[in-house]
Ligand binder design. Sequence first.
Ligand code: NAP
Ligand code: ZN
Length: 348
Amino acid sequence: MTTTVSAYAATSPTEPLVKTTIERRDVGPHDVAFDIKFAGICHSDIHTVKGEWGPAKYPVVPGHEIAGVVTEVGSEVTKYKVGDHVGVGCMVGSCQNCDNCKAGLEQYCLGTGMIGTYNATDRDGTPTQGGYSQAIVTDEKFVLRIPDSIPLDKAAPLLCAGVTLWSPLKHWNAGPGKKVAIIGLGGLGHMGVKLAAALGAEVTVLSQSLKKMEDGLRLGASHYYATSDPDTFAKLAGQFDLILNTVSANLNMGAYISLLKVDGTLVELGAPEQPLEVPFFPLAGGRRSISGSMIGGIPETQDMLDFCAEHGVTPEIEVIEASYVNEAYERVLSSDVRYRFVIDASTI
Ligand code: NAP
Ligand code: ZN
């Protein structure tokens, strides 16, 4: 027995998303079922449905920034009860036994690998389907508690965009006395600005133009530069402890690596289709590092949500009806989003 719920799905890399129905499994002993209230639109949803990271398993219901209200819990569930505000991010499963899972870094699971919230295969062999839908059933280990002070529409983007920036900021000790640059002021980037500023770092935005400068400074940046201006790279050479790159396209990596201090780190968060080209001299000529980081583990996601509640950090969102999703995708692709689209799931 399963429950049928409405959803929006992509059926091919080129066609628009369409309304459909999907099945949600019955609530198992360790499962939490919840009504989805809001689902954020991440650029990863677009990469996936367009097949840019490899062929997708169509039909695919995207969405891994999911917030809602618990409707049923399994017999063994202890953490949640009916009526609780909860969320699910990018993962719905992992082996739970490997060193990385035990360390709370389930996204780097060595056993089964993390099971993605959509476009993956669940433990029971069925395809996982994401948040552009009315309800979801998830193992309680991958369910997050949303603090009461964060409205559900604003909580949704924290589940991916929030934690994807939080994890490297914490790992590389962003805080007072540290100079952090964020490349790209989109969904991820704007959360990076807010979180890095709340952690006490000095934040610089590196955007393609100065169009969003007023916003960037209001969100917590101290400096804002256009990367279309070659002077930017001369002025900022050797300045940053940490650079977080959220751009979904391939950049001239050498130019950005040169902006790091000695021993500084550039962390690649954007996931472009083509491999990155990293030149030797800017990297070695400053003992600089380039790293990558993928979302965040379950414990750090909960830490981030609690931090956001305590510090009043929430995303800037535009709530949309589900039928607007294809237009929203076009707007994300043209960097015309301030700063995250969030689907009102009651319109699905
Ligand atoms: P987004 O809202 O589209 O933001 C990306 C920003 O990058 C844009 O707003 C734009 O900022 C800048 N940009 C876009 N195209 C550019 C180009 N051709 N050249 C230079 N800058 C450009 O996307 P998002 O949802 O934040 O996601 C960003 C990337 O991160 C995607 O590739 C996504 O798949 C990836 N991602 C990775 C993780 C992870 O775990 N590592 C998690 C989630 C998402 P400006 O207008 O300010 O220049
Ligand atoms: Zn995402």
